[in-house]
Ligand binder design. Structure first.
Ligand code: ADP
Length: 161
């Protein structure tokens, strides 16, 4: 029984995240999607909203569980007997940061990180990009799952421009 954790900010979740979630769910028995508290980043959605959105878009995946954690990923991993961490790699620019984090996590807890390459049609998608596009009142159907598009669009379309 292999348990994996896919940690992230999911602020908001995107089609890129969903692609990694779907593919990760096939290669492990149980997949935890971990909403991380990020002390270094401004948060646009609450944990409750992120949980709701991730729940909506993963209804078709029976082995996925959505959790929230604060503190180090490796501490959560140890406490819950997780076998490996999943991360997505979009571009070469992700690599250096991810490589360093993967090595640090292995050093801290001997935990392996499995990197899944982004779908080539989704590599450009990021939560930051989505917030910007919606800020200029452009719909987001090419970027986020349709079930949560309205919620995300509404959040950002009132603010700017
Ligand atoms: P974090 O702040 O931990 O990087 P994110 O929500 O930005 O949180 O990303 C979580 C994970 O999802 C990361 O491994 C990231 O590389 C991956 N990811 C984000 N967008 C995409 C995408 N478009 N395609 C594939 N993976 C992605």
């Amino acid at each position: 029984m292999k348990k994996a954790l896919f940690p992230g900010s999911f602020d908001p979740p995107t089609l890129g995240h969903l692609d990694i979630i779907e593919r990760a769910s096939y290669i492990c028995d149980e997949l935890y999607i971990g909403i991380a508290d990020n002390i270094n980043k401004e948060e646009y959605f609450t944990v409750k909203e992120k949980k709701f959105m991730l729940g909506q878009i993963t209804k078709h995946l029976s082995n996925v569980k959505i959790v929230h954690f604060s503190g180090l990923v490796v501490d959560y991993v140890k406490r819950h007997e997780i076998d490996f961490i999943i991360r997505g790699l979009r571009a070469f620019s992700d690599f250096e940061h991810e490589f360093r984090m993967g090595l640090a996590n292995r050093r801290l807890e001997e935990i392996e990180t499995i990197f899944l390459m982004a779908d080539q049609n989704l590599t450009h998608i990021s939560s930051t990009l989505i917030r910007e596009i919606a800020g200029y009142r452009r719909r987001l159907l090419d970027f986020v799952p349709s079930e949560i598009e309205e919620l995300i669009y509404d959040r950002f379309s009132h603010h700017s421009a």
